[in-house]
Design a protein around this ligand. Sequence first.
Ligand code: AMP
Ligand code: MN
Ligand code: MN
Length: 314
Amino acid sequence: MIRSNDLAGVKSIAIGGHVRPDGDCVCSVMALYHYLKKEIPEAQIDVYLEEPPVVFQILEDIEVIKSEFNTDACYDAFFALDCNEERLGDAQPIFARAKRRINIDHHISNMGCGSEWVVEPEKSSTAELLYEMMDHSLVDEEIAKAIYLGIAHDTGVFRFSNTSPRTMEIAAELLKFGFDFSALIEETYYEKTYLQSQIMGRAILGSVRFMDNRCIVSMVSRRMMEFYCVGPKDLDGIVNQLQGIKGVDCAIFMYETGTLEYKVSMRSNGTVDVSKIAVKFGGGGHVRAAGCMMNGTYHDNINNLSQEIATQLK
Ligand code: AMP
Ligand code: MN
Ligand code: MN
């Protein structure tokens, strides 16, 4: 699907990923960009993605990403990575117009979309899946870096249960390219600005445990974000921090995106299938990490989510 023999006649390509792109999404998009440049040098390749978090400027050619989607271009092929069609945001009409609509993803909640798809939920990340689809003789240091970093982000740096023996083998193969993996991970995953650390502290201080302390929830309002001069991209890592608290089976973090509108992130240690809950509310994800948008008051949303959790814990 990403090899030249399968892309005969394809002269124009677009690559896109999900709204609010995370590490796996940004890195997968860039890895495929670099790879297709080598695999089909004569093709025109455009990348459509919402502006990535600034830390990903560490990736070569990240500036090729177009965050303006007002085009009526019709591409021979559009690759939608790390999401289904609905989550492409404003790139959705460009995808819909493409002659070949190719979907590559690892979300269990994605049934596949477009004209052809590969969705493998057992893969740690879209980056890992892409690597398995590549001709490895074409993989160079830039591609290796992007794949490695995408995997590192979606596995919580090879820590989450989606990390398989094969994930580690791939990481080992990629490390042979000799890039500074330690700096890549430190600067894109662990390092937080002072304000990002402050809002994380604030979110944890304001958290509430319920259901015998097995669940924890916290919320950041628009007013709080204004006070700390931060945006949604600065809230990464808060939900994982909540999930890491001893005794917690399920963590919920939400931030206000509009009037009575919240972006919800859920994490679980496997006791609760948070993907099922997210799907109920129009979102999706994986068993241990999922998300959705919710309308209503903060308390109504918690009530609705906790009912679903309670049903599963029974
Ligand atoms: P988040 O907490 O938003 O970072 O999401 C956790 C996991 O669920 C990631 O793998 C996301 O890609 C996925 N996810 C989040 N929101 C949605 C959604 N609305 N639809 C499908 N998957 C989602
Ligand atoms: Mn993602
Ligand atoms: Mn992913």
